[in-house]
Design a protein around this ligand. Structure first.
Ligand SMILES: [Zn+2]
Length: 344
């Protein structure tokens, strides 16, 4: 089968590899109908050191179950399923608490040693706990929005939950990538009164407004902090969704949170330490978040997608074949595209 392998920064190739197959009795093999390229895939695309063996890429997919191991019970051949970016058994203490990204038998797709979803097929460990069977056919018009339940919509929702978004709250979203845009959807869905998007790309800002952003701040650093204060009566916001992961964005996040506010961070941190420890302390600001347990959120978000109350699939502005994936990385890296969908 064909699959995406990254061999180093800027070096993404489509390789012919052995077909995906079940290894453990709890595995399933999923033939990928739709996958996508993630903003987090761009970090290794910018920085990965050359590797002879490379790294399989892709952690978001919808597909059809082709085969299951002997111990798989709830997932059947021919089911259409969403594959969250982390696999999980669904039964351990953390899964039962709704934190599947900390599953004691879990892990992540598209990391060294694991298969990836930017491929014709993928082996899915812990199939019963990981896969969510969809109640629609694979050519359903809502496939792009359903695909976002594998990562970006669940991740934006997680940022909003971690930032304690609730009816009547003032919210800021840092980052206008696909996750930030889904964060705007999530904040509106949870009843935020004011949603300020911090971003500077015209096409993304326009979409953020359609998703429910009420204000736009395109400045950076101290000027951005000043603008958010102006827009919030001088105090800052109750909730900040940090969807970037850089030191500067985290510093901004804490600086625009009002005393007693909360920051929900879902951008993968690119630094070892957390900035703004002192202002966070003196403002009694909660800093929360991490890898989103998207598996826990699918059930809650699915009805809103199926009934078109939310349309997160609009973040996809380009559809490509598997052979075009290397160019898809380039397009997202150069901000030519917000998010690229792959139809293998
Ligand atoms: Zn578990």
């Amino acid at each position: 089968m064909r699959a995406t392998v990254m061999f180093g920064a800027g070096d993404v190739r489509i390789e012919t590899l052995p077909d995906a197959r079940t290894i453990e009795p709890t595995d399933a093999v999923v033939v990928v109908s739709r996958a996508c390229i993630c903003g987090s895939d761009l970090w290794p695309y910018k920085t990965m050191e050359h590797s002879e063996t490379g790294r399989r890429m892709g952690h978001e997919a919808i597909g059809v179950v082709e085969s299951v191991g002997a111990a798989v019970r709830s997932v059947k051949v021919d089911d259409l399923v969403v594959m969250p970016f982390a696999y999980s058994d669904g039964t351990c203490t953390f899964c039962r608490a709704g934190l599947q990204t900390s599953c004691i038998h879990g892990g992540f797709f598209g990391v060294v040693g694991m298969e990836g979803a930017q491929a014709e097929a993928v082996r899915v460990p812990q199939a019963d706990g990981t896969l969510f069977v969809l109640p629609v056919g694979k050519d359903h018009a809502l496939m792009p929005s359903l695909l976002t339940l594998s990562d970006v919509m669940g991740t934006g929702h997680h940022a909003a939950v971690a930032a304690k978004v609730a009816p009547g709250k003032k919210v800021a979203v840092i980052g206008d990538g696909a996750v930030g845009l889904c964060g705007v959807i999530a904040a509106r869905r949870l009843g935020a009164e004011q949603i300020i998007i911090l971003g500077r790309h015209a096409d993304r800002i326009a979409l953020a407004r359609e998703f429910g952003a009420t204000d736009v701040v395109s400045e950076r650093g101290d000027e951005a902090i000043e603008r958010v204060r102006e827009l919030t009566g001088g105090f800052g916001v109750h909730s900040v969704l940090e969807c970037v992961g850089l030191e500067q964005s985290m510093l901004t996040a804490i600086s625009i949170a009002r005393p007693g506010g909360a920051v929900g961070r879902v951008g993968v941190p690119q630094g070892e330490t957390m900035p703004a420890s002192l202002p966070a302390f003196y403002g009694n600001i909660t800093v929360s978040g991490g890898p989103a347990p998207v598996r826990a959120y699918i059930e809650e978000l699915l009805p809103d997608v199926l009934e078109s109350r939310i349309e997160p699939g609009r973040v996809f502005d380009r559809v490509i074949s598997l052979d075009e994936v290397p160019d898809g990385y380039r397009a997202m890296n150069e901000r030519e595209s917000i998010k690229v969908m792959v139809e293998p």
